[in-house]
Design a protein around this ligand. Sequence first.
Ligand SMILES: [Zn+2]
Length: 166
Amino acid sequence: MSALPLVKYGQPILRKVLENVDDFDSIQNLVPDMFDTMYEEEGIGLSANQIGVDLNLMVIDISHTDEPHPPAAFVNGRIVERSGTSSMEEGCLSVPGVQVNVTRAESLRFAYQDLDGNSQEKDFDGLMARVIQHEMDHLTGRLIIDHASMVDKHRIRKQLKELSAG
Ligand SMILES: [Zn+2]
C-alpha cells in the first residue's frame, strides 16, 4: 500500500465521465492505495480519477467526525433518489486552497457495488450524503467550482488560473 500523487485541477481526467468497473480483481490493490492517498492528504473522500485512474470508484472515511460511519469503498455508484437541500462550504484535494459554497441534497438513496461486486442500495444523509455527492461529481467529470456562484467564480478566478498553470 502506498500513497499516490494527486491529480490537480487542469488535468483532463478530472473532467471525464469515468468507466464502469467490470473486473473486480483489478481494483483490489487499488483501493488500499486510494485510502492511503486520502489519509496522506487528510481528505475525507477520494475518487479514482484523483489518482489518475479512469474507473467509477470512490473511497470515503468520515469515521473521525461527529457523524461516524465506517470507512467505505463504493464501486459503480449511482444516486437513485435525492431529497431535501443543504448548503455548506466545501473544499477539494484536487482544487487546493479553494472553498466554495455548494448546495446539495440533504439525503439520498445510493446504489453501488461493494468490492466483491455485490449490488447494494442504501440511504445516506448528512455529511455522508454530502461526500457521496461530491465524489459522484468527480466520477462524472464535475468539480466544486462548477457549483460556484457568480461572485465565488470571480473570487476564485485567479487561484484557478494559478492551479491550471501547474
Ligand atoms: Zn474533490
